[in-house]
Design a protein around this ligand. Structure first.
Ligand code: PBG
Length: 325
């Protein structure tokens, strides 16, 4: 009897053959590396739940950036960790705030590096929410002006990209209008358009000290069970002028990454968040997984799903591993 079947293994016969037909590739240029900048000086604290990730004061920034540049990483996203917080997150839009100062520092010394400024209030508010709070409610429209002011002060400091992550309705419209009015019509917005209310942000909140002091973020961040809602969120952000769309978290939401890639003609970014990083690190430290292989498989999986860019705490390691190849 003559069997009829396909010989898929022909294209897997050797490393060279596999390389020839490989469909997706990781590039160090695809990575955006998050930095946590502490107020004060001579501080470099490892985040307990994120081994290998440090909060650093400005005096460590030169060394950090030298390393980043030597690895070939071209973009960073900045988060500020202030010593003092207030009700309305004043530190976020202060012209000499942490992110603003760190942006100036980097752009003066490393002009070719893309500085993405995370635009949110939660690291700067005493209650830890991403907007203005009244009683137990997070107010939407009252928060928009503060976000626009934050974005403008970040653009003034030289930020190349504004990345609003607070999930208030109309945040892209408000920030776009604010930037344009201040003469920053050339500065793009990388919107956290599709941001789920996720337990995977837990370790980040240790790193950024931004845990909400009451309640949770479920009235503004999305329900993990929803897909149609992702289209609604992205559609409105595109209409309001977003230049990039972020899907966040990464790994558990790669179906949504593919949806966004297929639907919108904008660069899609996936945020491989803190909890994803911590799980890999913990398993690797126990000797349960091969860290390098796991990380590279996860990252190329994100590209295969449709991500053009990846915000990831693994960026430095992955850049090193790509160099070795
Ligand atoms: C701020 C913000 C958060 C993250 C990025 N920007 C935390 C949150 O929304 O609670 C999470 C990033 C990560 O977990 O790595 N709004």
């Amino acid at each position: 009897m003559e069997l009829q079947f396909s010989r898929h293994r022909r294209l897997r016969s050797s490393a060279s053959m596999r390389s020839l037909v490989r469909e997706n590739h990781l590039r160090t240029e695809d990575f955006i590396y998050p930095l946590f900048i502490l107020e004060g000086e001579k501080k470099r604290n490892e985040v307990a739940s994120m081994p290998g990730v440090y909060q650093i004061s400005m005096d460590y920034l030169q060394k950090e950036m030298d390393e980043i540049v030597s690895l070939g990483i071209k973009s960073v996203i900045l988060f500020g960790v202030p010593t003092e917080k207030d009700e309305c997150g004043g530190g976020a839009f202060h012209d000499h705030g942490i992110v603003q100062e760190a942006t100036r520092f980097i752009k003066e010394r490393f002009p070719e590096i893309i500085v993405v400024a995370d635009t949110c209030l939660c690291e700067y508010t005493s209650h830890g929410h991403c907007g203005v709070v009244q009683g137990d409610r997070v107010l939407n429209d009252e928060s928009l002006d503060l976000l626009a002011r934050t974005a403008v002060s970040q653009a003034k400091a030289g930020a190349d990209i504004i990345a609003p992550s607070n999930m208030m309705d109309g945040f892209v419209a408000a920030i776009r209008a604010g930037l344009d009015e201040a003469g920053f019509e050339e500065v793009p917005i990388m919107s956290y358009a599709v941001k789920y209310s996720s337990a995977f942000y837990g370790p980040f909140r240790d790193a950024a000290d931004s845990t909400p002091q009451f309640g949770d973020r479920k009235t503004y961040q999305m329900d993990p069970a929803n897909r149609m809602e992702a289209f609604r969120e992205a559609e409105s952000d595109v209409a309001e002028g977003a230049d990039f769309l972020i899907v966040k978290p990464g790994m558990p939401y790669l179906d949504i990454v593919r949806d966004m890639k297929n639907t919108f003609n904008l660069p899609v970014v996936t945020y491989n968040v803190s909890g994803e990083y911590s799980m890999v690190k913990a398993a690797a430290q126990n000797g349960w997984i091969d860290e390098k292989k796991i990380v590279m498989e996860m990252l190329v999986g994100m590209k295969r799903a449709g991500a053009d860019l990846i915000i990831t705490y693994h960026a430095k390691d992955a850049a090193r591993w790509l160099k070795e190849e």
